[in-house]
Design a protein around this ligand. Structure first.
Ligand code: DAH
Length: 339
């Protein structure tokens, strides 16, 4: 019995110290102390000894059990510490690695262009007004001298909300709101979202316009041309020329379409200007006296001019963008170019 105890103790000493991980240590615990283990087997041998010897050997086996338990516990603590250190080592942060790149946002190109237009025109006394996107038929059409059944309504494919309410098809109704609410002289700008039932590479169902209205005394076509020429040079560049083509809008008389020499090819002819050397930016004209009648401004005393430009169009021309849909698709690579 003594020999067996000594043997087991030296075996335990040796094996437990050599164990490399907690899993193997657990296996050893089972081997020595488990139900089928060596020490348990020794206990069972006690029964074979003479009765008077049993307490003494029983105590010795218990002492052996305790010693092996302690050996295992100590080794367990050591291994746990070792494994924790290994884990810390393997998960160590390399603080010298560069961090993940955080993309920085930027103003949308249409916001930038709008801000630039407003800034240029505010230098010569224009200030900004706004109006609702859902308009009464009266503001969007009627008061702009576009009566029901007038063929000019066909120019704008309208989204009707009710029989009497539309998503505004242009920013011109803001002219009416302003003239209803303010007394001349008036010198305002109105950028805003407009809606038409139209969609292809140069038309979007929702796009932006910027409206300008001046009401004053002795206003003529010369003032309109001077203001637009100034604006075009400031926005597109000193070398860009402006051209007015006779046109028709019910709310202006006379009316003119505004073209500028193509800023991309400088008038030589390219894809942007469809080889004409000119690009159209919007409509303009002198305020039709009939519009003044609707808002009860005396057209004998006051005259006015107005113009309305497409903001996407101006951005497309300025930056050589060939598809209007790019503005709304939110592709980072597209938007980044305007940072
Ligand atoms: N509202 C017109 C459109 O969307 C553009 C326009 C033309 C605005 C002439 C004006 C103007 O202020 O005078 O087609």
């Amino acid at each position: 019995m003594k020999q067996k105890i000594d043997e087991l103790l030296s075996q335990a000493n040796e094996k437990i110290k050599m164990v490399a991980d907690t899993k193997a240590l657990y296996d050893l615990k089972v081997f020595f102390l488990g139900k089928q283990g060596e020490v348990t087997a020794l206990m069972k041998e006690l029964g074979k000894l003479p009765k008077e010897e049993r307490p003494e050997w029983g105590q010795k086996i218990n002492a052996l059990k305790k010693q092996i338990s302690e050996l295992i516990d100590n080794q367990h603590k050591e291994l746990e510490l070792k494994e924790l250190n290994q884990q810390i080592e393997s998960e160590k942060l390399d603080l010298t690695l560069p961090g993940p790149q955080i993309e920085q946002g930027s103003r949308h190109p249409l916001s930038k262009v709008t801000e630039e237009i407003v800034e240029i025109l505010s230098r010569i006394g224009f200030s900004v007004r706004s109006g609702p996107m859902i308009e009464k038929d009266w503001y969007n059409f009627e008061a702009l001298n576009i009566p029901k059944d007038h063929p000019a309504r066909d120019m704008q494919d309208t989204f009707y909300i009710t029989e009497d309410h539309v998503l505004r098809t242009h920013t011109s109704p803001i002219q009416i709101h302003t003239m209803e609410n303010e007394k001349p002289p008036i010198r305002i700008l109105a950028p805003g979202s407009v809606f038409r039932c139209d969609s292809d590479i140069s038309h979007s169902p929702n796009f932006y316009q910027i409206e300008a209205l001046v009401v004053d005394q002795k206003v003529s076509m010369a003032d309109l041309k001077g203001t637009i020429s100034y604006f075009v040079k400031e926005f597109f560049g000193e070398e860009i020329k402006t051209r007015f083509r006779p046109s028709f809008f019910p709310f202006t008389e006379p009316s003119a379409e505004v073209d500028c020499s193509c800023p991309i090819c400088k008038g030589k002819g390219c894809r942007t200007c469809k080889d004409t050397g000119w690009v159209e930016i919007g409509g303009s004209g002198l305020v039709n006296p009939k519009v003044f009648d609707y808002v009860k401004i005396d057209s004998k005393q006051w005259q006015g001019y107005a113009f309305g430009f497409g903001i996407e169009r101006m951005a497309m021309i300025k930056y050589g963008i060939d598809d209007i849909r790019l503005f709304n698709e939110n592709h980072i690579d597209f938007l980044k170019q305007f940072q």
